[in-house]
Design a binder for this molecule. Structure first.
Ligand code: SF4
Length: 299
């Protein structure tokens, strides 16, 4: 049996990825979120993390100081930050040698070139806050945590745009596009509940491919109050299902399209003839305290 590393279990709160994992396979949710088993990082995840690091650093200075020529330096800094960590991505990055390291860097640069073909951050006339931590309670006492890639306060100073960078492919199927947008609705809801301001625009920016025309790599939505209220009800339903499963240790394996190539838990999964370890028990719920968010009044 392959030995997977394990982190101590932590109190639980909902995030879009936690919801998606539970929905796809309750057993995988349990093994990762409650038992603390760590899956080896993939190159795609490593590229995604690196690109996010670089974009955060790129947008930190004033717009006129954001130069594409700084990208190689920012990329090196991002690599060093990740390699100095203590997680699966640090292990993967440290293992990349010569051509593997070069291929990884080229992938990162390609995504960053595509970013510059999507928008020019040196021309921004609005305030951007990156890696914005979201924490708090939704209706029905649902604790949430997460990070928004970017919150823009648009020129009118009353409009808020939530942006998420994607380093995977833009989904071709409507159902998967809808799933991707739901992640941003989660954050829009959190932002609205905490600040009282309904975000005007949600944008998913797909950086894996060069945009064929202006906006072709963007998925955009203007959320409505009723849409987000509906989202809040669905989130509360998922949370109550998680609490129920946590109380009874009932996290069934649910075979799905990602099992074969994107799950490292085969040795613990009955679908693959594995043996599931004893349930360690519910680790507790996060006492989610609202975190400060950028708002038009502060910009
Ligand atoms: S292999 Fe599939 S069914 Fe088994 S734990 Fe992983 S995602 Fe769930």
């Amino acid at each position: 049996m392959e030995q997977l590393s394990r982190k101590p279990s932590r109190p639980v709160a909902l995030s879009p990825s936690a919801m998606a994992t539970f929905h796809r396979c309750p057993l995988k949710f349990r093994l990762y979120r409650l038992d603390g088993y760590q899956e080896p990082a993939t190159l795609a995840q490593l590229v995604g993390t690196t690109v996010h690091h670089v974009l955060e650093a790129l947008l930190t200075p004033a717009p006129q100081q954001r130069s594409f020529h700084d990208i190689p330096t920012l990329l090196t800094a991002a690599e060093q930050a990740i390699a100095g960590g203590n997680d699966q991505q640090a292990i993967l990055l440290q293992s990349l040698q010569d051509s593997g390291r070069e291929a990884y860097r080229q992938q990162c640069l390609e995504h960053l070139r595509n970013y510059y073909n999507t928008e020019q951050p040196q021309t921004f006339t609005f305030t951007s806050s990156t890696e914005v931590r979201v924490s708090g309670m939704l209706a029905e006492q649902v604790p949430i945590v997460g990070f928004i890639d970017r919150v823009d306060i648009l020129p009118q100073q009353t409009l808020v745009r939530i942006v998420d960078y994607k380093t995977g492919k833009q989904p071709a199927v409507a159902r998967f596009r809808e799933d991707a947008l739901r992640q941003l609705r989660f954050y829009a809801l959190a932002y609205w509940r905490q600040t009282g301001i309904l975000p005007d625009t949600l944008t998913l920016m797909y950086l894996r491919e060069r945009p064929r025309s202006h906006g072709s790599n963007l998925l955009t939505e203007h959320p409505t109050e009723s849409q987000l209220c509906c989202e809040e009800e669905q989130i509360a339903t998922v949370w109550s299902q998680i609490l129920h499963a946590g109380e009874h240790g009932d996290f069934p394996a649910r075979e799905n399209a990602l099992c074969k190539n994107y799950c490292a838990f085969h040795s613990m999964c009955p679908v693959f003839g594995g043996t599931t370890p004893d349930y360690p028990g519910w680790p507790g719920t996060v006492a989610a305290v609202p975190s400060p968010l950028p708002t038009p009044e502060q910009s």
